[in-house]
Design a protein around this ligand. Structure first.
Ligand SMILES: *Cc1c(COP(=O)(O)O)cnc(C)c1O
Length: 388
């Protein structure tokens, strides 16, 4: 251990690897394990996107280093997407940067904004990468609670002035992982007002911005008038276009932050493969029929599972976005105990809410990333286990 930095040695444990070990163990014993723990699409990348990569990968000019900020064509596709979908103007030259996936963008945003010891307001429950990125930057995560009583929106009144004043950055994530909550523009307005009042940066992680159903359209934080004074949005093609392994996303908004990201990133990486940026530009410029088709699939799965969970007496809300179901565990059990029970007695992997922070106690997250047929099997097994 003498070779390893304190920061790495003190990294928060990654709970998912523990679950994967248990899964391997059970599979060795011949158990047919159904994994509803993974938060990544099981569906393939649309053909038309792969076709662009096929073609562009062979062009010698595309095999060189990309512009550090991302190629102009990709940044313009992002800017056009903001105009077309949200009516928001962003300058592709100064207000957009390509990311090697949004996970990279989150880690670098935090490093670009924080001095050691600075505080960051983080959702609890929340995507674990936020806390580990704050740790890497030598900052301090200050959780704000997302609770069912407040529809998993930040309760700005609960955040004391002292806490708010001492923070440098606030992270939001809507549509939300793990709770599947969605918001209207009003919540982003409150967030921007709050950020202005306390002089902080506010960032929305919009990884699920296009994974929505039932006619719901997720707003962008940049739609709030004047948002660009203090806000950025982080977008990803991983979930909406099933491109998780391609590693492509973007950040848009406040110029000063985009410039800082460029300064930082140009010293760390050299952006994404040009052919991948071209394929991602084609995705953003498309008619989004592939997105709608995926959303229909997730919605069908959602209905199937939701119906049975409700029948079994588990309290669940029917989400308008993301591919997660956030279900309350039966009274008297903890998240971890219930997740263990499902794995041991039904061979089903779900994620205990506490994997996302203490605020997730009492809940499990179920990912709808298996085909409907497998969900029938899930439902059969759940009925058996819950009848006992
Ligand atoms: C999946 C996910 C990401 C990571 O997306 P990439 O663009 O693939 O890095 C970011 N935020 C949340 C909340 C996610 O669930």
């Amino acid at each position: 251990m003498v070779f390893i930095s304190d920061i790495v040695r003190q990294m928060p444990a990654y709970l998912f690897s523990q679950i994967q070990r248990k899964k391997a163990q059970l599979e060795k014993q011949g158990v047919d394990v159904i994994d509803l723990g993974i938060g990544a699409p099981d569906l393939p990348t649309p053909e038309f996107i792969c076709d662009v990569l096929d073609k562009e990968a062979r062009i010698a000019a595309n095999q060189r280093y990309s512009n550090y900020q991302g190629i102009a064509e990709y940044r313009k596709a992002v800017a056009d997407f903001y105009m077309k979908h949200y009516g928001v103007e962003v300058d592709p030259e100064t207000e957009v940067i390509a990311l090697i996936g949004s996970k990279e963008g989150i880690a670098h945003l935090i490093q670009a904004v924080l001095n050691p010891g600075d505080k960051v307001l983080l959702p609890d429950p929340g995507y674990p990468v936020y806390q580990s990125s704050v740790h890497i930057a030598g900052g301090e995560g200050v959780p704000y609670t997302l609770s069912s009583e407040f529809e998993y929106k930040p309760d700005f009144k609960q955040i004391s002035d002292v806490t708010a004043k001492s923070a440098k950055l606030m992270l939001l994530n809507y549509p939300n992982n793990p709770t599947s909550a969605t918001v209207e523009l009003e919540t982003f307005k409150e967030a921007v007002d709050f950020a202005r009042k306390h002089n902080l940066v506010v960032a929305n992680d919009a990884a699920y911005s296009l994974v929505t159903f039932k006619g719901y359209k997720a707003p962008s934080i940049l739609q709030v008038p004047g948002a660009k004074d203090c806000a950025v949005e982080i977008g990803s093609l991983s979930k909406s276009f099933n491109m998780a392994g391609w590693r492509i996303g973007y950040m848009a908004g406040n110029k000063e932050i985009i410039q800082a990201m460029l300064t930082l990133k140009s010293n760390v990486d050299s952006s994404q493969f040009i052919a991948i940026q071209k394929a991602a530009a084609a995705a953003l410029k498309s008619d989004f029929r592939s997105v709608e088709a995926n959303n229909e699939i997730y919605y069908e799965r959602l209905q199937k599972l939701h119906h049975v969970l409700t029948e079994l007496g588990l309290e669940v809300q029917e989400p308008k976005g993301t591919f997660f179901v956030w279900a309350k565990v039966p009274t008297g059990t903890s998240s971890q105990e219930f997740a263990n029970k499902l794995l041991e007695e039904a061979g089903i992997i779900v994620t205990p809410g506490t994997a996302f922070g203490q605020g997730g106690e009492g809940y499990i997250r179920i990912a709808l990333t298996v085909p409907v047929k497998r969900l029938d099997e899930v439902n059969n097994r759940l009925r058996k286990v819950m009848d006992k």
